[in-house]
Design a protein around this ligand. Structure first.
Ligand code: PLP
Length: 399
């Protein structure tokens, strides 16, 4: 029987040094060697299981990386100090000056800014496409295309990337498919569907506590080893390593991810149906009218639901501001960026997490100025939460 990603994490036996049920935290930046010969071999990458310096590898980070690799069914993983570190290191490792990347135009604003404003420094060209239009993706391929980059469920428009089809295109053309699965851990298993590399902002659902910023890169042994090579590894040389204290706490949170994802999804689909019922324009991939619904259904791990992110369109940013401020006042959640938290968070995407994207491009990609992205929390009584939201909309004359 094929094991689901949460069961793969659960079956890992990761003990502490003295038999603790949680692995011990290795609170050291450097490691002793019994002999100099062993140290030389470790630097040459020949000594298995030896740690040399925590910017390279740390045992606590290895436990978390192993759990993420088990979740994604990749050979290996590496954990970073932020999601952006994971994305930038993976792309800079894959591309050289003169290469070309094809990316979804709807991506997290920071990723967009890196691709659009930063990579030209290195003479790496980027084409921005509608990732749901496979003909447009194919047409963008050039002889120097190295990477197709996308988010499983895109931020903030919640488009669904057809990972199996994108994988076919990338394999036929010898291109690496890199997928950011931040919005849909456990729900989507990109590597199983043909992605070469999976990246995460663990700041979001994986950690789920909004108490830190962290990221991960999951891929083959060869790729992860290349990233951490002492000679030319992007992660090793740029150095955005995760602190082992943090990786230890994230590992504990990863073990409850399946319960949280189910609750986020259950609450989000409830709200999505209710918003639909009262006539608010809503984007949620769990609704049958969503253009990516059938595609997502065809490859998702259904037991985890359609995810905790939805977006409603309140037409103008002024209306969005008033409603968000009132919702915060009424205790519905927080007016804050980020996502995957136990409380509901909402923000006006065009003026916050997608503000790096110029207004004309926002318009072109269909990002309404009044779009409010909700990261739906773990509320125990979502019916009560919805009543409060409805009261706010009524009070402000929106219903
Ligand atoms: N990827 C996605 C989809 C995101 O939403 C974000 C942040 O909002 C990131 C990556 C960047 O992650 P971090 O803030 O951990 O660097």
């Amino acid at each position: 029987m094929k094991k689901d990603p949460a069961t793969r994490i659960q079956e890992l036996e990761q003990f502490g040094e003295f038999g603790g049920v949680n692995p011990s935290i290795t609170d050291s930046s450097t490691y002793t060697f019994l002999g100099n010969e062993e140290m030389i071999k470790t630097f040459e990458g020949e000594a298995e299981g030896c740690f040399l310096y925590s910017r390279h590898w740390n045992p606590s980070n290895k436990y978390l990386a192993d759990a993420l690799a088990a979740m994604e069914e990749t050979e290996s993983a590496w954990v970073t100090a932020s999601g952006m570190a994971a994305i930038t290191c993976a792309l800079l490792q894959l591309c050289n000056s003169g290469d070309h990347i094809i990316t979804s135009v709807t991506t997290y604003g920071g990723t967009y800014a890196f691709l659009k404003n930063y990579l030209p420094k290195f003479n790496i060209e980027v084409s921005f496409v509608d990732i749901t239009n496979l003909e447009e993706v194919k047409a963008a391929i050039r002889p120097n295309t190295k990477v197709i980059y996308t988010e499983s469920i895109t931020n903030p428009l919640l488009q669904v990337s057809d990972i199996p089809e994108l994988s076919k295109i990338s394999k036929e053309n010898n291109i690496a498919l890199v997928v950011d699965n931040t919005f849909s851990p456990l729900i989507v298993s990109p590597k199983e569907l043909g992605a070469d590399i999976v990246v995460y902002s663990m700041t979001k659902f994986i950690n789920g506590k909004n108490d830190c910023v962290a990221g991960a890169i999951c891929g083959t042994n060869e790729f992860i080893n290349s990233l951490s090579s002492v000679n030319d590894g992007t992660a090793m040389l740029l150095g955005p390593v995760l602190d082992p204290m943090r990786s230890s706490s994230i590992l504990k949170n990863l073990n409850t991810l399946h319960i949280r994802m189910k609750q986020h999804s259950k609450n989000a689909i409830y709200l999505a149906h209710k918003f639909e019922e009262i006539g608010i324009k809503i984007i949620y991939p769990g609704l049958s009218k969503h253009p990516g619904h059938q595609v997502l259904k065809s490859f998702m791990n259904e037991e985890f639901g359609f995810g905790g992110i939805l977006a409603i369109d309140l037409e103008t940013s002024e209306k969005a501001s008033k409603i968000m401020e009132k919702m915060q006042e009424k205790g519905i959640g927080y007016l804050a960026v980020s996502l995957g938290y136990f409380k509901t968070l909402f923000s006006n995407s065009g003026k916050s997490t997608s503000s790096e994207i110029p207004e004309d491009v926002q318009k072109q990609m269909g990002l309404s100025p009044g779009l409010v992205r909700f990261s739906v929390g773990l509320d125990n009584n979502i019916e009560y939460t919805f009543e409060k939201i409805k009261n706010v909309l009524t009070e402000l004359g929106y219903l």
